[in-house]
Design a protein around this ligand. Structure first.
Ligand code: IMP
Ligand code: MG
Length: 336
């Protein structure tokens, strides 16, 4: 039997999926962690035993000795991948043993990178993500099994999931990349990424829909976005929040634009993903500025304190999305 939990980002990426996935690994007996979308445009910041790691391709299961798979919904840049493997090995993490690449993952080539490096319209991460997905859907792509360098990492995901000799029951954590606001179908097109960032994308990586148990939605108590559209709110305190929250891209170092939480986007993302556990990260940052604001539709709501904002969000989400949804407000780097 397969049981799966999914971690999805409800905003524009960078909400702390890495942290949540990392923490969930300590609370469950996962047999596998699978990345289900995106490429090295992603940057997951993970604190493991107090040490900071930034991963682009590799799922967080490696930190806990769990088999970690790059699923077929992803695209992979070989050099970045091998460099990441080496860096993890140097820190004592047995990445060569634990990390597997689904044989049909599409490759990001140097040509894809060159093409993406010319982008000025979308504000991409210039990692070749869009051109690699374009060639995949144009049926001109190159897959991992066609590149000899991947030989020792390749896995047949169907056999792994359905003919597994090692485990009778599989417990999988699906770790997503990017977020709902960047989803190719639900995001603010064309200011989106080239993959699906919802729970549907996890299912596309080979598990039955009914295997899904918990859907962890991850948000920040304010929002950030990186890219070409204008997003930054007018208040000066938002710049302060950017610095306090170290809101600079973990992949590109670009300053993220900051604005208040958009309740309507959050509600839509939580509904469409069927979220039953929702974590608001970075509470510690708003604590420091003591500005508890959010947009409810076009209206800016200003709460006088943290408790009032938490109360309002909890009630509204339980009323409008799911009355059984568990909601967490987190201000810790490593734990929920
Ligand atoms: P691409 O995915 O590199 O094509 O970039 C498309 C859009 O998604 C741009 O606005 C990027 O800044 C954004 N983006 C892609 N990956 C991430 C991420 O991991 N975090 C935040 N934004 C991202
Ligand atoms: Mg990130």
């Amino acid at each position: 039997m397969i049981t799966a939990d999914v971690v999805v980002d409800l905003q524009y990426g960078d909400c702390g999926k890495g942290k949540i996935s990392h923490a969930l690994c300590t609370k469950n007996d996962y047999t596998h962690v699978i990345r289900y979308n995106g490429g090295c445009n992603a940057g997951h910041t993970i604190y493991h035993n107090g040490k900071k790691f930034i991963t682009h391709h590799i799922p967080c299961g490696v930190f806990w000795g769990i088999k970690s798979i790059i699923g077929p919904g992803c695209v992979i840049h070989p050099e970045t991948f091998f460099e990441e493997i080496e860096n993890l090995e140097k820190s004592g993490i047995p990445a060569k043993e634990l990390v597997k690449v689904s044989k049909n993952v599409h490759i990001i080539t140097d040509f894809h990178r060159v093409q993406d490096s010319k982008d000025t319209d979308i504000g991409t991460t210039r990692r070749g993500n869009g051109p690699a997905y374009r060639d995949k859907y144009d049926r001109k792509g190159i897959r991992a099994f066609e590149d000899g360098r991947f030989y020792s990492f390749l896995i047949d995901l169907y056999e792994e999931l359905y003919e597994n000799q090692e485990f009778e029951d599989l417990e999988i954590l699906f770790e997503g990349a990017q977020g709902f606001g960047l989803d190719i179908d639900w995001g603010d097109y064309p200011y989106v990424t080239s993959s699906h960032c919802t729970v549907g994308s996890a299912i596309l990586n080979g598990v039955p829909p009914k295997s899904i148990r918990n859907i962890w939605g991850v948000a920040k108590i304010y929002e950030t976005y990186v890219g070409a559209k204008s997003f930054q709110g007018p208040e000066a305190v938002l710049e302060e929040i950017r610095d306090l929250g170290q809101e600079y891209g973990s992949t590109t170092g670009r300053a993220r634009q900051v604005n208040w939480l958009d309740y309507d986007l959050l509600k839509m993302a939580a509904r469409i993903n069927g979220v039953n556990n929702l974590v608001f990260n970075k509470m510690d940052i708003l604590e420091q500025t003591d500005t508890w604001h959010l947009y409810n539709g076009p209206e800016l709501f200003q709460f006088t304190n943290r408790e009032d904002m938490e109360f309002w969000l909890t009630n509204k989400l339980n009323l409008e999305v799911n009355e059984d949804m568990e909601i967490f407000f987190s201000g810790d780097k490593e734990f929920i």
